[in-house]
Ligand binder design. Structure first.
Ligand code: PLP
Length: 399
């Protein structure tokens, strides 16, 4: 008899975006004359950089010529040209990464979700609360126990190592989705020390690292001494280069990173992850990898940085509004998310904002219990909509 993986029955219904969609549809049907400004889902609005498009056009043409056509990529890690480009990017951030430690992915989500596959079923997964829901769901699907590290207003929404907790796999995300908070070097040091002490592995989600502009804030966990012995890092071109629909990212797994067999023998994480990928993943298209390579050229960096600057100007406009209103918030400075205190249950505020001002955001409670009373807006919209939305927010909250 075919039986379902119990993990899927243990999942909570994911109401968040379904419920948002339902409420928005209902409102639009009743009020078709009132256009809605969407600041809820974190998708980008600017197109790919010209350098990326040109590289993909060139690569497409190569695929149509016998001599330059490519089939399967056989290293199982992604093309060397892109892995070297990523390693070069890390060098620019002050981290020495070997191109063989870089694995090209179809975006951050797959590896974030799949990584727990190679760990024993009794591994304990620690995530923050509030949290990007994919970490929790994938751990539960994998029948792993999940524990939470509180991230609250008191801690600036940085998760704090829970006293006495024993975790084997730790998900950290900085700049954070949803809270926009960014770890200081000292806070990251604390997590690295915990992981080293407990022989745990940190999955560091750096999908938003390119939004950090403040000197001294770590853009990679590998900026912390010892992190190569306890962490992997997951990167994405989705938000930094508009690849949400193009799909490409990278995962860095240091060669020295180890985990253990049942009898305590140490084993290479990279080796077993490659073993998994060899059976379950056939790589990212050549054309896309060439487009991704172009992101890391000086021209590609200049162009993608211009898009990031555009979004961060939106974030600045939003931060200035909440500053002016005297409303506590995190993010907006080194992150495209603004996470603000709405002083009522998050869903009530969602309804109010939609009804009064036709703005759609994301209720904080959808990311965990510590998110209730908080609300997320994204800076990925157009300038025009951002300015208009902040005008409306001011009208509503100044009252
Ligand atoms: N990690 C975080 C924290 C995210 O917010 C997202 C997307 O919103 C992802 C990973 C997934 O990104 P990708 O599009 O690269 O799969």
């Amino acid at each position: 008899m075919a039986k379902i993986n119990q993990g899927f029955l243990n999942l909570k219904e994911n109401y968040l975006f379904i419920e948002i969609g339902r409420k928005v549809r209902e409102y639009t049907e009743k009020n078709p004359e009132k256009p809605i400004i969407r600041m809820g889902i974190g998708d980008v609005t600017l197109p790919l950089a010209p350098a990326v498009v040109a590289a993909m056009e060139k690569a497409s043409a190569e695929m149509g010529v016998k001599e330059t056509f490519r089939g399967y990529e056989d290293s199982g890690r992604g093309y060397l040209f892109l892995r070297e480009a990523v390693a070069g990017y890390y060098k620019g951030m002050g981290a020495e990464i070997d191109a063989d430690e870089v694995l090209i992915s179809d975006g951050a989500k797959s590896d974030c979700g799949n990584f727990t596959d190679i760990f024993s079923a009794d591994s304990v997964v620690l995530v923050s609360d509030p949290v990007y829901p994919a970490y929790v769901d994938s751990a539960i699907m994998n029948n792993k126990k999940v524990i939470f590290a509180d991230a609250t207003e008191e801690t600036g929404f940085a998760p704090v190592v829970p006293k006495g907790a024993k975790a084997d796999i730790i998900y950290l995300c900085s700049p954070n989705n949803p809270t926009g908070s960014v770890f200081t070097a000292e806070q990251l040091r604390g997590w690295v020390d915990y992981a080293l002490e407990n022989k745990a592995v940190i999955v560091f989600d750096a999908a938003y690292e390119a939004f950090i502009s403040e000197a001294g804030l770590p853009r990679s966990i590998f900026a912390v001494e010892g992190a190569k012995r306890c962490a992997i890092e997951i990167g994405s071109l989705s938000k930094t280069a508009g690849f949400t629909g193009t799909r490409c990212g990278y995962t860095v797994i240091p060669k020295e990173l180890e985990f253990y067999s049942g009898n305590g023998e140490s084993l290479s994480v990279l080796k077993y992850w490659l073993r998994r990928q060899g059976s379950k993943f056939n790589g990212v298209p050549y054309v896309i990898q060439r487009g991704a390579e172009a992101v890391f050229t000086p021209e590609g960096q200049k162009q993608t940085r211009e898009s990031i600057a555009y979004y961060m100007e939106n974030a600045r406009i939003m931060s200035a509004t909440f500053d002016e209103l005297g409303i506590p918030f995190t993010g907006g400075k080194n992150s495209p998310y603004i996470w603000f205190k709405c002083n009522m249950p998050s869903w009530d505020f969602f309804d109010l904002l939609l009804r009064e001002k036709q703005i759609v955001g994301t209720p904080g409670v959808g990311f965990g219990k510590n998110g209730d009373g908080w609300f997320r807006l994204t800076a990925f919209g157009t300038r025009e909509n951002t300015v208009e939305a902040m005008k409306r927010v001011k009208e509503m909250l100044q009252k």
